[in-house]
Write a protein that binds this ligand. Sequence first.
Ligand code: THG
Length: 369
Amino acid sequence: MKTFSIAKSRRLRDTPYTSRIEKQGVTAYTIYNHMLLPAAFGTLEDSYHHLKEHVQVWDVAAERQVEISGKDSAKLVQLMTCRDLSKSKDGRCYYCPIIDDNGGLINDPVVLRLNKNKWWVSLADSDVILFAKGLAIGNKFDVKIVEPDVDIMAVQGPKSFNLMEKVFGDKIVNLKFFGFDYFEFGGDKHLIARSGWSKQGGYEIYVEHNDSGLKLYDHLFETGKDFYIKPGCPNLIERIESGLLSYGNDMDNGDNPYECGFDKYINIDSDVDFLGKEKLKQIKSDGIKKKLMGVKFDTDKISLTSSLDLTDQNNKIIGELRSACYSPHFKKVIGIAMMKKDYWNMDQDVKAKINGQNCTGKVCDLPFI
Ligand code: THG
């Protein structure tokens, strides 16, 4: 496949860590929230094996924050998500589908409750700040909405716990999944959450002062030598095997949260007020007509750059493949597909043209592992 370089400009923002990762051998970028997001350091498969065994530091500054503060901030955050946040607690993260009045997905961020009048919405790739501002203006909410100067560095992999303990002390090992707290390094306090876009365990450091961020970045690599540390980035293979969904790839504004399997983050029966609530009730009672599922193919190579039709034996379109990779675990190509109702049976046969060749596969549940 022919590849192309990215023409950098001010519009495609770099991050405080760009200078470091370019020295360390980043080989591909994608663009996320108008910012550079590293997509590869050498082969995806080598990085995948390394991530599952050791520890990596990721420049995920492109996961931008929308900071919503003020008297009506809780009301505005709740208005945007179908997840009931009425019992949310300070110091906790919440995975929250953001939907519009039609029930269509706008984003699937991690929401951090700093306190009841200050929230960070840690974004996937869409301009939620504009949506939030529009809602605040229309509803005359008393809120302040900004994109703060926060650049996340993720520390992921099974050895992340040893490394972070060495750098921040043993208190950090007790942090519960999706909890966050403040930890000191070099005289600066950093918000650190036990979270990250892999299922290999780890932390995300929300760096608020760029200068100290670079010092910390270098210190992690120095201390991490003992743990065979490497630079990395969200890994396509690991995240597909783990069933971590990617907004814009696996789902978008044309899909509702039920179709994406987000049922446990939907609370239509609570009395909180959110956009699209009536619509979701309607969708639930009508039943969905498509949903995200896994697919496994009898082939070992794929490079997907747009969606691919999935057909049945009679060449009728029965679904759409949206992400895919070769999985070293299953030793075949696996993918995430939006499948039409009537084709949701386990072991449903599918056909697709991959690299110009007709391939067969079978539908399965998500997550794969
Ligand atoms: N970290 C932060 N911000 C982010 C991401 C992140 N913003 C964009 C993107 N990633 C949002 N998408 C996800 C998807 C899944 C998860 C986190 C962010 C995730 N899910 C847990 C799981 O599937 O096991 C479940 C969490 C729960 O049940 O509450 O971690 O990675 N800062």
